[in-house]
Design a protein around this ligand. Structure first.
Ligand code: SF4
Ligand code: SF4
Length: 329
């Protein structure tokens, strides 16, 4: 699949005096691990280096996107709330985890994983002390998303975000009725990094295009998260071959209009990982209602291809003498 006549990567609307580089804010080249800083989508009450571009993004948004944004904010008023006085027993975390995952699926999540919250999952300056994250994944309508980077895809992205927020809010409310603290995060999340949490929770792996790749839906999905103190069993992170393909594939790099995708992993806040040039991506992303070309051209996003692709990639690995090919890390 190729994008439909994407607009050229001109920056006619860009800053006259560009803000501090988003790559520097993101910690490109830094060798020490630290929490990430907020940079673009803010709460509205704080001034971020790239707030002006964020305001332009909101202004350019389609009417549908605006409507979904308002709906999302309305849902998030119930992200946190009163906790029932009677706490259920958590003597059997394995059984409790299965019950909570079933509930998440009943509320609309397709993928569910659990991971402990570590310091680097929390944005700098935020005071978040929950123990566990329940990460939720929601596939988008592939046919509508093939319209990237145009309005029909933007509408589907926003619809998916609202669905993901709604499910997270319902799950957090449910956990609070069990007497345990829980807080929901969906679109406009400024406290935590949902993508690294989802990777730790086994929802998928990071791709060269800087987005999550799941075995089930590739990158054609959105995330939401519930943080809670409920004692839960964590999932293992997964390795189904994403790095094997990204090391040789150029699809997203070729199709990214502003040439924002690095070919090699970069050192970012003390970790070597795939990295997208924020300064190149963000203006184009703003101009095209959220772009999304890289996530839809990725071969993993082709419906029904994940398992076959993974099996082929894993079969090509040369096993270390005496070692078995692992599918979890
Ligand atoms: S979202 Fe950003 S990285 Fe992806 S194709 Fe668009 S401009 Fe490139
Ligand atoms: S398009 Fe290719 S290089 Fe880019 S994330 Fe997908 S598999 Fe990796």
């Amino acid at each position: 699949m190729r994008p439909l006549n994407p607009p050229p990567a001109d920056y006619a609307f860009a800053y006259r005096n560009p803000p501090r580089s988003g790559n520097l804010i993101n910690g490109l080249g830094e060798t020490v691990r630290r929490r990430p800083d907020s940079i673009f989508h803010g709460t509205g009450s704080e001034v971020l280096d790239w707030s002006a571009l964020d305001r332009l993004f909101v202004t350019l948004n389609t009417r549908w996107a605006m409507w979904y944004s308002v709906k999302n904010l309305w849902l998030l008023r119930r992200a946190n709330g009163p906790i029932a006085a009677k706490k259920i027993s958590a003597d059997d975390p394995a059984a409790l985890t299965e019950t909570i995952k079933k509930k998440a699926r009943a509320f609309g999540a397709d993928l569910v994983g659990v991971t402990p919250v570590i310091d680097e999952h929390v944005m700098a300056g935020r005071d978040i002390s929950y123990k566990n994250a329940i990460c939720l994944g929601f596939p988008m309508d592939r046919e509508k998303m093939l319209d990237v980077p145009w309005r029909r895809a933007n509408r589907e992205v926003m619809r998916s975000y609202v669905q993901s927020t709604k499910t997270a809010v319902r799950l957090a409310e449910h956990i609070r009725t069990l007497g345990w603290p829980a807080r929901a995060y969906g679109l406009n999340c400024n406290d935590i990094q949902q993508l690294p949490l989802a990777i730790s929770a086994g929802i998928g792996q990071l791709g060269k295009h800087g987005s999550l790749i799941s075995l089930e839906h590739g990158s054609n999905l959105r995330l939401s998260t519930v943080l809670t103190d409920l004692p839960l069993m964590p999932n293992a992170s997964v390795d189904f071959g994403v790095d094997d393909l990204c090391m040789v594939c150029q699809r997203c790099r070729i199709d990214c209009p502003p040439d924002a995708i690095h070919d090699q992993k970069q050192m970012v806040r003390g970790t070597s990982k795939w990295f997208v040039d924020f300064d190149k991506c963000a203006p184009y992303f703003t101009k095209t209602w959220g772009c999304g070309i890289c996530i839809e051209v990725c071969p993993w996003s082709e419906p029904g291809q994940g398992a076959t692709l993974s099996a082929k990639l894993l079969a090509k690995r040369k096993p270390e003498p005496g070692a078995e090919t692992a599918q979890t890390v």
